[in-house]
Design a protein around this ligand. Structure first.
Ligand code: BG6
Length: 489
């Protein structure tokens, strides 16, 4: 089993992401033997905590998230804390000293991972100081892991990228898109490229359309301030949704290497048809939730949420039709939709195959259902193939049947969560499931056209009820092409 040796310095270590995802993921890796005793974690944040307070915080996070105590003291003894001011040079000098002490103590071979789990406005400053104060000047590897948002649009993303590139090379920058760590998102490639059944059909001769849905039940919660500036387009489409589209649309890579896979994804993103501003309404629909019912509970509309403008024009839903102009996909719409306060928490891909040339079962009560391949990403993990079989006792009628494979593991300890996989990949230096700058740039260029149009035209919000499947206009995107959204459950 591969084990890893590294110092992991987490900026924003008192925050939510560290607590909910990073500490539990590191703990899982430790318990599985993927981290040996040669690792140390330095938590960095503004709060004036002591090491002891931080260690207690880490232990509490793990107990809450994992509910498991085994080896927890040994594990937590690798954690250190350093109060920090992101723009203060002396602060970085202290960090540097601590890093080299830990390097010796844990025999870390000079390997360093800098994980920025905090507000993006500080990314550039931190990278600048890490280099300026010599923290990146190390005998082992140095890697920078950054969370989204990676900029706000293409120009701001470019600016951010340039500032990071002054301290880190492209192949040292690991841009997190946590969807790429999900088991079934990683499985898209395997389903496509390891099955003789699918790959020959994976094109415009046999597929009529592809639908990618990522719906959430939760509203904006306490993130109103961030979300007001972001909206669903920047929060979900620019990254997660377009990444799934790229994996579905890309050509088979010639090898399973990071560079080959990324370059195929980049080609797919480059082939997305760019819209002119006046075409945006033909291809994209925005929505914002009003009040409604969530399960049994009444919930308020987006405009009534904390830290949200009562006239807000921010979209909490996006539905869209993406066309990919290449030989494989010409004429096949990729429909995407994502939103908050929808009917269910679900991420699913439905691949709808074209109808057979002639329907022999003309006498059937209903038209023949098309074949569907459904890839269940969450909460269920698996695939379902929808086929037609004979209706009992009738030679002319059919009934739909499903072949299902469920990937859900009973043993949650052994099912790595997205962050666990991504952290492990980063430690091993495998950047395949992180986004390359070229992907980020192409995604922004695509999304910017939409946001420019939307910000220049007022929306009539709210236009969908909390607990529903989004605005009606999103149904029209498909019905205009003779399709409909397949139910997500
Ligand atoms: C994040 C968004 O990137 O993804 C959130 O910022 C969203 O707004 C989340 O809720 C959804 O992730 P998941 O894994 O729950 O589908």
């Amino acid at each position: 089993q591969e084990t890893q040796v590294s110092l992991i310095m987490i900026f924003g270590a008192t925050g939510d992401l560290a607590k909910r995802k990073l500490f539990p993921s590191l703990y899982h890796l430790y318990r599985k033997g993927k981290l040996t005793d040669q690792f140390a974690v330095v938590g960095v944040a503004r709060r004036p905590w002591t090491n002891e307070e931080f260690v207690q915080h880490v232990k509490n996070s793990i107990e809450n998230a994992v509910g498991c105590h085994e080896d927890i003291d040994d594990f937590a003894s690798h954690f250190y804390y350093q109060p920090h001011d992101v723009s203060d040079t002396a602060s970085y000098q202290q960090l540097k000293e601590l890093a080299s002490e830990l390097d010796t103590k844990y025999r870390l071979e000079g390997n360093r991972i800098f994980y920025l789990a905090m507000a993006p406005e500080f990314f550039g400053t931190i990278a600048h100081h890490l280099k300026g104060e010599g923290l990146t000047d190390t005998a082992g590897f140095k890697r920078l892991v950054i969370e989204k948002p990676f900029g706000h649009d293409l120009p701001s993303a470019q600016e951010l990228n340039e500032s990071l590139r002054k301290a880190f090379k492209e192949d040292e920058i690991y841009r997190i898109d946590h969807y790429l760590g999900k088991q079934m998102v990683q499985n898209i490639e395997v389903i496509r490229f390891a099955n003789a059944l699918f790959e020959p059909l994976w094109n415009n001769r046999f597929i009529s359309n592809i639908q990618v849905t990522s719906s959430e039940v939760l509203g904006v919660e306490e993130r109103g301030r961030y979300y007001e500036k972001s909206g669903a387009l920047r929060d979900m489409v620019q990254n997660h949704m377009l990444q799934m589209v790229a994996l579905l649309a890309m050509e088979p890579p010639i090898k399973l290497t990071t560079d080959e896979i990324r370059s195929e994804k980049v080609k797919a993103l480059r082939a997305m048809r760019q819209m002119e501003a006046n075409e945006v309404p033909t291809y994209f629909v925005r929505g914002q939730y009003g009040s409604g019912v969530n399960g049994e509970t009444k919930v308020v509309g987006y405009r009534e949420e904390p830290n949200v403008d009562e006239q807000s024009n921010t979209e909490t839903y996006v539905g869209g039709k993406i066309l990919i102009d290449n030989f494989r996909w010409a004429g096949v719409p990729f429909y995407i939709r994502t939103g908050k306060r929808m009917a269910a928490k679900s991420t699913k891909i439905v691949v709808q195959f074209k109808d057979i040339p002639m329907n022999l079962y003309y006498g059937a009560t209903k038209p023949l259902s098309p074949n569907l391949l459904v890839i269940h990403i969450q909460p269920d993990e698996g695939i379902t193939l929808h086929l037609n079989a004979q209706r009992d006792g009738s030679s002319t009628e059919t009934k739909p049947v499903k072949l299902s494979f469920a990937n859900n593991s009973v043993d949650s300890m052994n099912t790595p969560e997205a962050y666990e996989k991504l952290l492990y990949d980063c430690m091993r230096g495998d950047a395949t499931n992180f986004t390359h700058w070229d992907e980020v740039a192409l995604s922004w260029a695509f999304v910017d056209k939409i946001s420019e149009y939307w910000s220049s035209t007022p929306a009539s919000f709210p236009n969908y009820e909390a607990g529903s499947m989004g605005p009606k206009q999103a149904d029209e995107l498909l019905s205009n092409d003779g399709f409909h959204w397949w139910p997500i459950d």
